[in-house]
Design a protein around this ligand. Sequence first.
Ligand SMILES: NC(=O)c1ccc[n+]([C@@H]2O[C@H](COP(=O)([O-])OP(=O)(O)OC[C@H]3O[C@@H](n4cnc5c(N)ncnc54)[C@H](O)[C@@H]3O)[C@@H](O)[C@H]2O)c1
Length: 313
Amino acid sequence: MADLSLFDLTGKNALVTGGAVGIGRGSAVALARAGADVAIADVNADAGEKTAEEIRSMRRQSLLVACDVTRRHQVQAMVRDVVEQFGRLDIAVNNAGIAILGADEEICQEDWDKVIAVNLTGTFLCAQAEARQMIRQTPVEGKIINIGSMSATIANCNASYDASKAGVVHMTKTLAAEWGRYNINVNCISPSYVLTPMHASTPMAVRQRIRELTPLGHVERPEDLHGAVIFLASAASDYVTGNDLMVDGGHTLNAWLTPLGRSVPPRVSPEEEIVQLKHDMDVLGFPYDAVGINPDVHPEIADAFKAAFGLKE
Ligand SMILES: NC(=O)c1ccc[n+]([C@@H]2O[C@H](COP(=O)([O-])OP(=O)(O)OC[C@H]3O[C@@H](n4cnc5c(N)ncnc54)[C@H](O)[C@@H]3O)[C@@H](O)[C@H]2O)c1
């Protein structure tokens, strides 16, 4: 019999940055379901409070910390607030991230700086503040999970985003090498295209193309990351550190030249793909149509997709 207690997070205290919606909210729910108390940190305090309330309705402790991860003092205060309420910090998911698209020959330095500040510097500032706390507490140990992206490995977005994520993946390895001596595991999870508010404008034709280019046959949902988050947060991964766990349905296997025919329907239908997306859009107060599309949230992402995939709606 498998020892499932390896995955049990009862009594553990977790923090998720960018936890209001999307992958962050999904990670927070996964950790709470596995037994952890979970703090939510986000720049969007209203949406973050709704997710904190959702965690409390699962009979777990939660708190919302309003925090911009690019601000070192706010990040330090975030960890202090969490420890004040929970007593210690066992698990941190550094997820807050943004994309500002645009052709790289046109992009202004301000936009480049913003993306690097949130995705790379913000992730470092959080990891540093979390590790300092984990080193201070008894027993000294912890699990840090950075959210990277397949964009660290393939060139599917633009230079600022792809470079920031490649930085996150490599920084994860360096921190893992340095902090192993404190029993702190540092790992990364790299998703593919995930149906979150970031992708709320992705047209149906593009979603269909992504399904066709993905061996497991459906567009990724935040729920598809739950297992990876629990694994890397729990004792099941105690001897795993410095890894980049690709959770992409096989998308980056690059099996693109031959059409990926299916023998059975994918595990997840197009309707099931958008369950959390619809929840997130409700939390943010954005309208969407029956297939979860709001053309006004990041329309530039939709345009970039259409150009990249050679598709017109
Ligand atoms: N959606 C995807 O396809 C995809 C794919 C691979 C990786 N990722 C990565 O996953 C992470 C989450 O993405 P998502 O799709 O859930 O995005 P999202 O835009 O749906 O949600 C991001 C959350 O982070 C918060 N946030 C943004 N800037 C912040 C800051 N400076 N400080 C604190 N909070 C901040 C936002 O308020 C929001 O709640 C990001 O790091 C992103 O790069 C996303």
